[in-house]
Write a protein that binds this ligand. Structure first.
Ligand SMILES: C[S@@+](CC[C@H](N)C(=O)[O-])C[C@H]1O[C@@H](n2cnc3c(N)ncnc32)[C@H](O)[C@@H]1O
Length: 308
């Protein structure tokens, strides 16, 4: 066991075994106990900062709102447009990005999922913290079209005559709100600056280079990763009661690209625990935080059941 994992297990709030420590805790507080330069990789999927999935992420509220056919605030999940969402995401992420930078070892990778329209804010937070932004990775999946026709609004418009309405509806046939069918989720591929050259950093920390023998399709690994979207069923066929679980095989691929066996992978926003399962099944140590008790319990159960 690594010394850092062992020292964390003295904390009474931790749920731990020989190879993982998971906390039902706000990561903003939790990360503070981690020493400088102690973690080998962060792979995380923070709140999206859309439709109630921000720093105020609250399962009961979200569930009530989303229970009606995936609708939040009268719109399908992810549809509400608000320019302030990006600012709020960056405000939330700036101090966290500083913590990520502090606790990662030199040359370590920090892979952070984001939403296509707020990605730039996430990249900016990591950039400002000192990370080198090395690439944008893309999770490619089969998405569902979400754009809206305007027919309903035209019909309700009291300022238009019936003839104008008919003409506008005809003119706007096939025209929808500006959302193309989402097929990707971007990730920032950030790296903490190295200690010397790539080779020197590798000799000191076994970090900083990627394992190109790892592949999803037998070819040289690419920055576009095609993995089918999670069906909300876990590998052991249990329904995952979380809105945004990531496919374990996608996270496994990232873990094998960016880390070595025996290294420590951290996920400060654990949700249903997919990153923990991927880390442990690939023989890495895992540290995770989840603020919501309900999700924490799901993650704990999944880790117990799905880690081989
Ligand atoms: C996008 S989800 C992560 C989903 C996860 N990747 C999975 O595969 O299930 C983000 C999670 O972060 C949690 N969260 C939000 N703020 C948090 C905080 N300050 N500390 C820890 N967890 C937090 C939310 O409750 C939510 O479960």
């Amino acid at each position: 066991m690594t010394a850092i994992i062992e020292s964390m297990q003295k904390d009474s709030n931790v749920e731990s075994t020989l190879n993982y420590n998971i906390y039902n805790k706000d990561c903003i507080k939790g990360l503070k106990i981690l020493p400088n330069d102690s973690i080998d990789c962060i792979i995380t999927d923070p709140p999206y900062f859309i439709d109630g999935m921000g720093s105020e992420w609250n399962d009961t509220n979200l569930k009530t709102k989303a229970s009606k056919s995936g609708v939040i605030g009268g719109l399908p999940v992810g549809m509400k447009f608000d320019k302030a969402q990006g600012e709020r995401l960056q405000e939330f992420m700036n101090p966290l990005a500083n913590e990520f930078y502090r606790i990662l070892k030199p040359g370590a990778f920090c892979i952070v999922f984001s939403q296509a329209r707020l990605y730039h804010r996430m990249a900016m937070s990591l950039d400002l913290a000192g990370f080198e932004i090395r690439d944008m990775l893309v999770w490619k999946y089969e998405g569902q079209a979400k754009a809206f026709s305007q027919t309903h609004f035209i019909k309700k418009d009291k300022k238009l005559t019936e003839i104008q309405k008919e003409s506008l509806i005809k003119e706007l046939e096939g025209y929808k709100t500006p959302q193309l069918k989402p097929q990707i989720e971007p990730m920032v591929m950030a790296q903490k600056p190295k200690d010397g050259t790539f080779v020197q950093n590798w000799q000191k920390h076994k970090l900083g280079l990627i394992n190109t023998k790892e592949s999803l399709d037998g070819k040289f690994p690419s920055n576009v990763m095609e993995v089918s979207k999670h069906t909300r069923k876990s590998e052991s066929n249990i329904k995952i009661e979380h809105l945004t679980p990531k496919p374990v095989c996608l996270i496994s691929h990232l873990i094998r690209l960016f880390t070595q066996e025996g290294q420590i992978v951290l996920d400060p926003f654990m949700g249903s625990g997919s990153h923990g399962i991927a880390a442990l099944n690939n023989h890495r140590f895992f540290v995770g935080y989840e603020i919501e008790k309900k999700y924490f319990e799901i993650a704990k159960k999944r880790i117990e059941q799905e880690v081989l």
